[in-house]
Structures are given as C-alpha cells and as structure tokens.
Design a protein around this ligand. Structure first.
Ligand code: ADP
Length: 585
C-alpha cells in the first residue's frame, strides 16, 4: 500500500520522464532535421555560387576567390577531377590527399550532377555535410566541386535545446511537485487526523476531528463526527442499560451465574457468591470447573452444557448449613444457573413439623392421664368416694393443663399471624409492672421469695396491656418457678425487677437467683417447646411447663417493636426486655 504522496511523486516522475522522452526525441530530432535541411540548402547555395565562379575563373583564379571567403563560415571547398584526384582543397595539400572517387557524394555527383552526403569524418573527428556538384572550368574540363561544412553546431544546438528542455521540465516538475505536495498536504493532513480520530474511536477514547481541510474532507470529518457522536450516545445508552441490568441482577435475592460455551464464567452476581460461599473473589473469567465447588451444581452445569437443563436441591456448609435450589438451563451461548436460598423455607417446614410433633406429644400426656383416670372410674365400680374424687380431680387438672396449652397455642398462632387482639394504647409500664409484682407476691408459691423492686415511673409506652401483662407475667412466673426449684420452701430465693431508660427505650430487667440457664440454652429457650434441660420435670408445676412461655413473651415484645434477651448473670437467670419509649402513632 502506497501513500498518496508516494503515488503523486511517481505520477509526476512518470509524466516528467514521458515529457523528457518525447521532447528528447521528437523535438530534438525535429530541430536537428530542420537545421540539417537549412545547412544543406545554404551549402547548396554556396556550391551553386562556387560552381559559377569556378566556371569563370578556372582553378587558378578560384583559389583567389576562396581566399577572400570568410574562414569563420567553416566551409571547406575541394575540387576533384573526374578520376577522383584532388586538385584543390582549402584546408589541406591536394598532394597529401587520397583519391576521392569512392566518396558517395562524388559518385552521386558524377552520376547525377549533384551529390549529397553527411557522415562522420575520421580526420576531423566530427559529423560533416558534403555537397558535390559537377562544374566546368573555362577551358571546358569537367571538374567536381565539393563543399563541406561541419554539422557539429547542429549537434551542439540540439544538445543545448535538449538541456534547456531538461532544465525546464525539471523546473516545471519541481514546481508541480511542490504545488502538488502543498495541495496534497491540505488533504492528507486532515486525513491523517481523521485516521487518528478513527483509531481513538476504536480505542474507546474521545476522538478529535480535524476542523480544517478541503470541503470534501470536512464533509467526511463532519459525517464521521456525527457517527461518532451517535455511537457514543448509543454506547452510553448501552452502558446505562447494562448498568440497570447489572443493578437489577445485583439486587435480585437469587444467585445468577452465566457460563459461556468455553466453560468460562461470564457473569455472577454477588448473591451467588454469598450463597455458594467458597468462590473466588473475582469469579468472572474463571473456568467454572475450578471456581465452583458444590458437586451438585457442577453436575448440573456439565449436563446443561450438553443441552440437558435440570434442577437440584443441595446444602452448603459454612458457619451454618444452608439449603439451595439450583435451576440450570442451556441458553444460546452457554448456560444460565439460578440459585435460590431454600433455608428459611426448609427451616419453616422443619419447625412446622417439629411444632406439630411437639404439640401432639404435649397433648398426648394429659390425654393419656385423663383416659387412665376415666377408665379406672368406669371399670372399678367399688372405688371409694375418696379415690373417685382423686380420679376426678386428676381429670380436671389434666383438662386445665390441656386448656392452658391450647390457650398458649392459640395465642402463639395469633401472634405469629400478626392479628392484634386489642388496640394499642398509651400505658404506664411502671404501673403495669408494680401490679404484676403485687399479683405474683400474692401467690402462695412466692411466699418464701424476696422481691426487690427498682421501678420508677411513669414509663409511658404504646402497647396492648393484656399482651404485655401476659409477657411480663410469663417471665415473672418463670422467675418464681425456677427460684423455687432451687430453694423450695426454704428462704433465700430473690427476684429483682428493675425499670430504667436506655437511649430511646425502656429497659426492664427481671433477674433471680434460681437454678439459672445454661449458656448454650440462652438462645433456644425463646423457641416454641424448647426448654433449657429436656429432662427437667414439669410435674407439679401448676402453669406453663411446655416451653411456650418465653416464645409467647418474645413474640409479644417483638410485636411492640421491642426485644428480649437472656443475659449473663453471676447467679440465677437474668432477662432484659426493651420497649420503645416514644409513642408510636
Ligand atoms: P417453661 O414452660 O418450660 O418454663 P418457658 O418458655 O417459659 O417454658 O421457658 C423455657 C425454658 O427456659 C424453661 O424450660 C427453662 O429451662 C428456662 N427458663 C426460663 N426462665 C428461667 C429462669 N428464670 N431460670 C431458669 N431457667 C429458666
């Protein structure tokens, strides 16, 4: 590929060479021929005159005439007889000259009267024009008069003309070249700038288009600039679209993975990384075989590459086990995998199953006891009145336990379905806690227990008094229950109820010096049917005992925007409840 400059140089050089060639031969030869014919005519005229003179004077007078001729004219005159012997010559001694009968012009003159020849003279070392003519001297002898003239000046004139032509052509060529290059620059400079702009466009940089140049170039530049602007706008739209798409994919709660046909990961959103856990930080661009560890997902991806879409549920172990559902399908240029977290659904399902099993189990015990007592009453007719009363009492007690359990279950179900039983109202927590403590103290179970109160009111909250009474009641009942478990009827048992402010919340602390809660059970005791110790006997405890009390309390506090935690305590148990102090609208 040649540049415009190179092509133009070639063109100018070719035109110049052609012009030179034509000038050299056509013009040169034309001039030469013309001068040659002029020289011939003038020599013929001279010969004509000399023949006349020779006829009048003869050879003797002729030399006198020739002596008077201008020597600068350079005409050499030779007189030869018909046998070819040189009789007279203006430049050499005729005796030293050889016979001229064989000279072509002499032979031609002998035959036709006039002979013309031009040839290279070795003795003179130059081109000569010879014209010979028959002449007659006064005594009637036929002689041949030959005149010759050098043609060197013609050659010199032609050469000079050729040199001038060469010089003019070089001058014209130089001028044409300079002008051409100047105009070419007008085109090539903006073209080079256009090329640079096109390259920067290719590199994704902002191109700089030329503002000068010929009209055509400027039109091209403006068309390209227009295209570049549109391209940039389109790229901007595309980038924005891509950004939206990425944002969308990033905000999806499911993991998205795209693998191309070469097995390289083209896209993975952050949900995918957090679901799969042990994936490299920069996952995109890696082969999926090395980046993905979960064997079930690897298998699905492999099958999808072969065109077989699939679905699988598997678990991944991290700090805790999570359950994932992967759906993998073949798309046009690879494979798309979507991962969703099934953990909550699985846990809910497990907890539902556990709940049904636990509730069934808890109901089973009183039902069995009722059946046993009823069978005894039905079968044993001879039972004494005391025994009968005892059996009936047993049935009543178990029925009460069942009713309490069913009540708790219904309450839990209501709390979980978030259907409020009463409208929230402004109430004073200090008053509620004081009444509750009074109520607890009135219970015979709390007789031997010392209760310390640190409740400064009023502490206004927005809440459902019935539910809050129930929640705090459950905690206080537990405090009494588990303190008694340690001290029985003996003194020493202590319960402390404190109400204070912590930032925007009211903080209520209920602690006791009972049997305490093992640290590992601190979280699970708030779950339904969960107890700190599975084998802890519930018999003989009139209320609760199913592991539902704290679950109910927790849900009540949470539905008020608060929380409950089992805290650290040197002795016994310590529960801390927080409720928002600001009035909710
Ligand atoms: P339960 O009816 O078994 O008392 P709760 O839900 O009220 O059920 O309490 C759950 C478990 O938390 C109890 O079984 C007990 O192991 C533990 N617990 C609750 N309060 C106390 C406390 N004050 N002292 C010791 N353990 C407690």
């Amino acid at each position: 590929m040649r540049t415009l400059k190179g092509r133009m140089t070639d063109l100018v050089a070719t035109v110049l060479a052609l012009a030179l060639l034509v000038g050299w031969f056509v013009v040169g030869n034309g001039i030469e021929e013309r001068m040659h014919s002029q020289a011939k005519n003038s020599l013929l005229d001279q010969v004509e005159l000399l023949v006349g003179a020779l006829g009048e004077t003869g050879l003797d007078g002729f030399s006198d005439i020739l002596g008077r001729l201008d020597p600068s004219a350079g005409t050499r005159v030779t007189v030869i007889n018909m046998r070819g012997r040189v009789l007279y010559d203006t430049q050499a001694d005729p005796k030293t000259m050889d016979n001229h009968a064989d000279r072509p012009e002499i032979r031609e003159a002998m035959l036709k009267g006039t002979g013309v020849s031009s040839r290279y003279s070795r003795s003179l070392g130059e081109e000569q024009l010879y014209i010979a003519r028959l002449a007659t001297d006064p005594v009637g002898n036929t002689l041949i008069l030959r005149a010759s003239v050098s043609l060197r000046y013609i050659l010199e004139a032609v050469n000079a003309a050729r040199m001038r032509l060469l010089f003019s052509l070089l001058l014209a060529g130089g001028a044409a070249m300079t002008a051409g290059l100047f105009f070419l620059r007008q085109v090539t400079k903006p073209l080079e700038e256009l090329t640079r702009a096109a390259f920067s466009l290719q590199e994704g940089e902002k191109p700089l288009f030329p503002s000068s140049g010929t009209l055509e170039v400027q039109r091209l530049a403006s068309a390209l600039e227009d295209t570049s602007d549109r391209l940039e706008a389109a790229m901007g739209d595309l980038r924005r679209e891509q950004g939206y798409l990425r944002f969308l994919l990033e905000s999806l709660p499911v993991g998205v993975l795209v693998v191309d046909d070469n097995g390289r990961i083209r896209y993975a959103n952050s949900a995918l990384s957090s679901l799969l856990r042990d994936v490299p930080e920069k996952i995109e661009g890696n082969p999926y075989l090395s980046a993905i560890k979960a064997p079930e997902l690897l298998e699905l991806l492999e099958k999808a590459h072969k065109g077989q879409s699939g679905r699988a549920v598997f678990s991944v172990r991290g700090r805790e086990e999570i359950f994932l559902e992967a759906q993998v399908l073949k798309i046009d240029w690879g494979v798309l995998a979507v991962l969703s977290d099934l953990t909550d659904r699985m846990r809910l399902e497990q907890s539902r199953k556990a709940f049904v099993a636990d509730a069934g189990h808890e109901l089973q015990t009183p039902l069995t006891a009722i059946r046993a007592a009823a069978e005894l009453l039905a079968d044993e007719r001879d039972l004494d009145a005391e025994k009968r009363r005892s059996m009936a009492q047993k049935i009543l007690t178990q029925q009460e336990r069942m009713t309490a359990l069913v009540d708790d279950l219904l309450l839990l179900s209501r709390l979980e379905s978030k259907v409020p039983s009463e409208e929230p109202e402004e109430l004073d927590l200090a008053g509620l806690l004081n009444s509750l403590v009074e109520n607890t103290l009135a219970s015979p179970l709390a007789e031997s227990i010392e209760v310390e109160r640190d409740i400064a009111g009023p502490a206004v909250v927005s809440g459902r008094p019935g539910d809050l009474w129930r929640a705090f009641g459950n905690i206080l009942d537990n405090a009494v229950k588990y303190t008694r478990k340690r001290f029985g009827d003996e003194p020493g048992g202590k319960i402390r109820v404190a109400l204070g402010r912590s930032e925007d919340d009211w903080e209520i602390v209920i602690e006791d010096n009972g049997i305490g809660i093992p640290p590992r059970a601190k979280d699970i005791i708030f779950e339904r049917f969960q107890r700190a110790e599975a084998d802890r006997s519930r018999e003989g405890l009139p209320s609760g005992g199913y592991g539902l009390g704290l679950a109910i309390a927790k849900r009540i506090f949470e539905s008020h925007g608060g929380s409950i935690t089992a805290g650290e305590s040197t002795e016994g148990a310590r529960f801390s409840v927080r409720l928002p102090a600001r009035l909710s609208s």
